[in-house]
Ligand binder design. Structure first.
Ligand SMILES: [Zn+2]
Length: 191
């Protein structure tokens, strides 16, 4: 299989209608397991099933971001989890989406990624230097050894792909084709 730049690595349509649903579902499960254990509230065992259900309605079904955020925020509130639960819920959804993209990227053996998203007033320097640029997989993995403001503790070469710039980061690391990387150039920083 060849990766096309138009491939949507996170489908928000209805994967359940796809003839490949079983395969997609097992990738989604793997992504969930990878990301779920990184959340502090994963220690509350009875939360796992309902959170998985909500995220799968989003990734496999037809629930949109707002609806998913609302349901997840409500659930976290119900369990009296400390902090702003809508903020936490938004973080869970973003990280899950990124983890799901990473699973697919591994499957396609993708070697190049774009640091995607936009720059806003309070975007951190780490993100500003990288946004819109293409980087090789090795380069991105090496970022986990750097220190920067907002970095999540214990960021490693594997989870950097869904943690990105750290807490509250709105960016994502999205797969691109080798062809695109070579024509645009990669591993170039913008200060
Ligand atoms: Zn960011």
């Amino acid at each position: 299989m060849v990766l096309n730049d138009s491939d949507n690595f996170v489908s928000n349509g209805s994967q359940r209608d796809s003839p490949n649903y079983d395969k997609l579902h097992s990738d989604n499960l793997l992504a969930f397991e990878n990301v779920y254990k990184t959340f502090t509230f994963s220690l509350i065992s009875e939360l796992k099933e309902p959170i998985m259900y909500i995220l799968f309605e989003y990734i496999e079904g037809e629930a949109n971001f707002e609806k998913t955020l609302e349901k997840l925020g409500y659930l976290l509130d119900k369990y009296n989890i400390e902090g702003d639960n809508y903020e936490s819920a938004s973080e869970v959804i973003k990280q899950y989406k990124r983890a799901q993209g990473q699973i697919l990227a591994n499957k396609f053996n993708v070697q190049y990624f774009r640091y995607s998203g936009t720059v806003i007033e309070d975007s951190r320097q780490f993100c500003k230097q990288r946004v819109s640029k293409i980087f090789s997989k090795n380069e991105i993995e090496s970022w986990s050894n750097l220190e920067w403001e907002g970095k999540i503790e214990n960021t490693n070469p594997d989870n950097i792909f869904f943690r990105c710039g750290g807490k509250g980061c709105r960016h994502s690391i999205r797969p691109v084709s080798e062809k695109m990387a070579k024509s645009e150039g990669f591993n170039v920083y913008n200060n």
